[in-house]
Design a protein around this ligand. Sequence first.
Ligand code: SER
Length: 318
Amino acid sequence: MKNILIIGSTGQIGSELTAELRKQYGSSHVVAGYIPGAEPKGELAEGGPSALADVTNGEQLEAVVRQYSIDTIYNLAALLSVVAEQKPRLAWKIGIDGLWNVLEVARQNGCAVFTPSSIGSFGPNTPHELTPQDTIQRPRTIYGVSKVTTELLSDYYHTKYGVDTRSVRFPGLISYVTPPGGGTTDYAVDIFYSAVRGEKFICPIAKGTRMDMMYMPDALRAAMELMEANPDKLIHRNGFNVTAMSFAPENIFQQIQRRVPGFEMEYQVDTLKQAIAESWPNSLDDSAARQEWGWHPNYGIAAMTRDMLEKLTEKLKK
Ligand code: SER
């Protein structure tokens, strides 16, 4: 990786991945791609080049890739699961028509491409405990349908045209920097804001509903390490199961309450979110990622909770 373009650099993952990539590869080599209305600000804008890079505009992507001699694209443009159910056509336009543009530009300019998949690529008839790497993927959300398609189209461009496509199936991502928007796993971020603000948390997911989660520093490392992995060792490509922890609302609540005595939570289950959550795995088997490119998480639920509370308290003071 010499020159990198991040599509969606101001989003939940992009805002942190851009900074990490700039640390590792040099500020001038990492271009923060954005769309009008979501311009980079502060450190993201000042720390390196940025350019308009709308995933739905193939010509614009081509121009940026040429201008900056891009050889690696992190394609992070997407609508999350709940908001995608409300705007299925737009979710497809961004997720799949957009991916097609990215893959075409990559094919013509010799770029490697990382496009995240998700636990959302699994569905109700997938085995829910220790979900295998290779298993049934018949999701019933448009988000999941677009993620399965992402995996297949990315594999297709690799086998047919030799494009170096790679991806992971991210679990719910937890971070104190940029909030997620419209996901099923968002509650695991929102609960920290309530705790730090001294408010009662209204939980939209029912007691006992386990889902895989990961702290953002691990997620960034996963994306970067996979893109640096030796291709000869990769049996799978799009996408690898990765996980760091699996918990239900009561587990994360207890972890927080230990450190924030008096913190309260009440369940008011959201039917759509709950149906989606129940269709997703309870825990992933990520042994293929561990074997093929040495994946391992650094943060479990306790270490993540400690760090989130500390960093978010600091952030909300400002
Ligand atoms: N965090 C995503 C969502 O909840 C799942 O990948 O939609």
